[in-house]
Write a new protein. Structure first.
Length: 194
């Protein structure tokens, strides 16, 4: 009888004890793989392990990727047993994309602790500035003008958030990356020089 009662209460336990982020950059690929597999929001399909794709319609897509590589330009890494970067990317041509939506997605996928670390994080770099916009217009590279981003450093992790605005000024795509603090300088240099 006790077993039956506990089994009936188990599904409701998640309502009273919200899930915490159990797998973040710095943890082993095994830990992160297990976390992704059981995550209620990510719900990977058969065959998906570190790259998850969701799509309600062609107009709305979501991807989540955990990687042993640092964020930014691909390079060689010796340690392939620990995750360094976790990236979520969204496309929504119906409702559009914003920094607020990316932040809400961060809170839903991880925990309130990670969300608060992001909220309290120091702004390291924000782009584009007016000089970059002017040079993009002169060079006729509209993508450089369209990208809006922030690089932040929290107590626990680094965060890179980016949206791409279309000609009408509305963003339809964006990404949020959580990464190891040790990778901040590499990513900052790449963003400043692209």
């Amino acid at each position: 009888m006790l077993k039956k009662s506990l089994l009936l209460l188990l599904p409701f336990a998640f309502l009273f004890f919200p899930s915490q982020a159990d797998a973040l950059p710095g943890q082993s690929t095994e830990e992160v793989g297990s976390w992704i597999k059981t995550h209620p929001t990510l719900k990977p399909n058969s065959g998906e392990r570190f790259y998850i794709q969701k799509s309600d319609t062609a107009a709305q897509r979501f991807t989540f990727q955990a990687s042993v590589l640092p964020p930014g330009a691909v390079g060689f890494t010796k340690d392939r047993s620990n995750i360094r970067t976790e990236r979520l990317a969204m496309y929504d041509s119906i409702n559009g994309m914003s920094f607020d939506r990316l932040q809400e997605s961060l809170r839903r996928i991880y925990s309130l602790d990670v969300y608060q670390d992001f909220q309290n994080a120091q702004l390291i770099y924000e782009y584009p500035n007016q000089s970059a916009i002017n040079s993009a217009r002169l060079a006729k590279t509209p993508i450089r003008e369209a990208l809006r981003g922030q690089l932040r450093l929290g107590d626990r992790y680094g965060y890179w958030m980016e949206v791409a605005k279309g000609k009408g000024g509305k963003a339809y795509t964006g990404q949020m990356t959580v990464f190891l603090k040790s990778d901040l300088n590499k990513l900052e240099a790449e963003l400043r020089n692209r």
